[in-house]
Design a protein around this ligand. Structure first.
Ligand code: 6R9
Length: 664
């Protein structure tokens, strides 16, 4: 490093508050600080500003119906179609502009640009094909696909005919697919033969078929041919209830499908996510509220304009991809990018190469990726011209100030505001973050709640805690993008998100408080620092995993008597999975058996849940009531001071476990 660089690093390290540049503010979609007061005074009507970003078939009567909390309804009696809003209405002005820039794995240089007209055409053909297969309004269509253009095409086709989609991340296992299709009674699946990973073809249909064999009802499957001849080796033949996507599309060439009028409160999609118990939760999002929320936040926070090229490196299989690759950006008529591959193939400058080539204006990624970039070194971004970038964003987990500053300096050249956006699958879109054209940034802190939102940090009694003290994050007013319920499980919806801090007997909406299960603190300026989950969910590389899900996978392995899973600190992943395992009598505690356990997790969930360490232990630390003390296990994983262990039934076990971990 030159002297100048050293000086710069030192200055950055000390700086705690960063102002957005004048040039950014001048052109920002939102730059008037009055918006906070305006929204507060004018709540909930302020959210008409979000609804106004959309084209409605039938105008709504009421912005919010809060007569039956927590079953809130937004934009009541309005009707709207999401695919019309993402496609048809842009055709006149932006028909020839790119809607999706798809960058494939660099296998045969087959990148694809889909203009709004082309995407519209394909979505219509796919909608006609799905309808012909029997998909009707309100039938749940499952999608199990990687980052290929057919995924958003199929999603928008479903939206057009009023069939909710349920996208299952392609990295999830066959079991995970079966569980989700069964839970949603989903009779249709769209999947593909395979895809590329780091240049090599990977079989996917095999996994899909295995999943289908665990589905309890009849199904129809559509299979996209992603690999062409490169997939021949997998030797797939389609079964009778399986159809080739390409043939279906060809048979419906030029078809036009009248978009179905959906009530604002009709379901747009389901997304299964991890929670405290083993069963994944089917989060239900609606058409009017969700689309308003993602469009408004895309505009206000990501500063998206139609002429932008916007790049979010998430996978559409997660909520970030739904909200901020597909629905938000397309509703605004911008160009949204999709990247099929990984950031390190063919080399570690892959993302920067893409940013340069496509002149991307925004980059929205995860702290885990930023920490990996940091580790790889500045030479990779330095090789590329990144001056097209105007704004940077992060999501998925807390970002440490060092990673924030690295991103700000080495990717944003100290000219791009960084938005650290806190939100969840359940919230539909961003909740706590700075408005980049209005607020200063504080690395490590997401920022204040967005205008019109009331988020507080409270203690276990629901009393607000003083600035600087750790507490629980709560959201005290409803918002349009919120989940409406857990699919077919209103009771669990109340139990999981509301019971903790609400007066559940009250029909007054003021008595209802949403609890996202995150710990947080607030500073004197109202900036919120999210500390992480307070339930049994761990966050590995920004992916939410339930410890119970992983534990049940492990105890499913023959020879395992009991298991406890916790998150331990990890330099790049944020958290990593640590599995403490008690074996059955007679089971040898060998490395081979460790491998079997790891395989059990891969089979049940997928590679994202791979345990970093499997630790054999004779016992688990338990409270007197028999609850496993995960906090202790976490501290052992992180080699921290153990504090008070007096409530343990078996305090001596802690030392034993610690010894085993240190020996490993
Ligand atoms: C969008 C998404 C949600 C959980 C959430 C929290 C963590 C997300 C964060 C963050 C700190 C941020 N989280 N963004 N923590 N700062 N900017 O990630 O949804 O997969 O449902 O995860 O992720 O713990 O509760 P989801």
């Amino acid at each position: 490093m030159s002297d100048e660089d050293v000086e710069l690093e030192a200055r950055l390290e000390e700086q705690e508050v960063f102002e957005p540049s004048d040039s950014f503010v001048e052109q920002a979609n939102v730059s008037d600080a009055g918006i906070y007061d305006e929204f507060e005074e004018n709540w909930p009507e302020c959210w008409e500003q979000a609804a106004e970003l959309l084209d409605w078939e039938e105008e709504y009567d009421q912005v919010l119906d809060n007569s039956n909390p927590p079953f809130y309804e937004w934009f009541t009696d309005g009707t709207i179609n999401a695919s019309t809003n993402c496609l048809d209405r842009h055709l006149d002005e932006r028909g020839d502009e790119a809607a999706i820039e798809w960058v494939g794995e660099p296998v045969d240089e087959d990148n694809v640009t889909l203009t709004y007209s082309e995407l519209h055409e394909k979505v219509n053909e796919a909608a006609a094909a799905l309808r012909d297969l029997g998909v009707g309004e309100d039938d749940v269509v499952t999608m199990y696909m990687p980052m290929i253009p057919e995924l958003p095409i199929a999603m928008l086709a479903c939206a057009r005919i009023g069939a909710p989609h349920s996208v299952v991340f392609a990295g999830f296992s066959a079991d995970a697919l079966a569980t989700r299709m069964n839970a949603a009674d989903s009779e249709y699946l769209v999947t593909c033969d395979g895809y590329y990973r780091r240049g090599d073809p990977l079989d996917h249909l095999d996994k899909a078929n295995e999943g289908l064999s665990g589905v309890e009802h009849d199904t129809e499957t559509v299979v996209v041919d992603r690999l062409g001849p490169n997939g021949d080796d997998f030797g797939h033949d389609l079964a009778e209830d399986q159809h080739d996507w390409g043939e279906l599309m060809a048979a419906h060439e030029g078809a036009e499908v009248e978009p179905v009028d959906r009530d604002a409160e009709d379901m747009l999609f389901l997304m299964y996510t991890s929670g405290t118990t083993g069963e994944p939760k089917g989060v239900k999002h609606t058409t009017g509220g969700y689309l308003s929320w993602t469009a408004w936040t895309s505009q206000a926070v990501l500063d998206i304009k139609p002429e932008d090229t916007y790049f979010c490196s998430a996978d559409i299989g997660w909520i970030t991809g739904h909200s901020y690759i597909v629905y938000g950006p397309l509703a605004l008529g911008t160009t949204t990018m999709m990247y099929e591959g990984t950031p390190d193939h063919p080399d570690r400058d892959r993302l920067w190469e893409i940013v340069e080539e496509y002149e991307a204006n925004q980059l929205y990624t995860a702290p885990t990726a930023i920490r990996a970039f940091m580790k790889w070194g500045t030479e990779y971004p330095d090789e590329h011209d990144l001056s097209s970038l105007r704004l940077l964003g992060t999501v998925g987990e807390p970002i440490n100030p060092r990673a924030w500053k690295w991103y700000y300096k080495h990717i944003g050249n100290e000219e791009c505001p960084v938005v650290d956006t806190w939100w969840q699958t359940e919230t539909g879109g961003m909740m706590v973050t700075t408005l980049p054209g209005v607020k200063d940034m504080k690395p490590g802190s997401a920022g204040p709640p967005l205008p019109g939102l009331d988020a507080r940090i409270v203690d276990t009694n629901g009393e607000e805690v003083d600035p600087g003290r750790a507490g629980y994050l709560t959201v005290n007013k409803p918002w349009p993008g919120m989940l409406r319920t857990l699919y077919k499980n209103d009771e669990r919806f109340i139990e999981e998100y509301w019971a903790e801090y609400s007066d559940t007997d009250s029909s007054n909406s003021d008595d209802w408080v949403y609890f996202p299960e995150d710990g947080a603190k607030i500073d004197e300026d109202g900036y919120i620092t999210v500390l992480g989950r307070v339930d049994d969910v761990i966050n590995v590389s920004g992916h939410r995993l339930g410890t119970m899900e992983i534990e049940s996978a492990i105890v499913g392995v023959e020879g395992v008597a009991e298991a406890a899973v916790v998150g331990g600190d990890h330099e790049v992943k944020g958290e990593a999975v640590y599995a403490y395992v008690i074996t059955e009598e007679g089971q040898e505690e060998t490395d081979e058996f460790r491998e079997e356990i790891v395989q059990g997790v891969l089979d049940a969930i997928g590679p994202i849940a791979r345990p970093e360490q499997v630790i054999f232990t004779p016992e688990l630390p338990k409270t007197r009531s028999g609850k496993i003390m995960r906090r202790l296990l976490e501290d052992i994983a992180n080699e921290e001071d153990l504090g008070d262990t007096s409530t343990l039934r078996n305090p001596e076990i802690v030392e034993d476990i610690r010894k085993v971990v240190q020996e490993d």
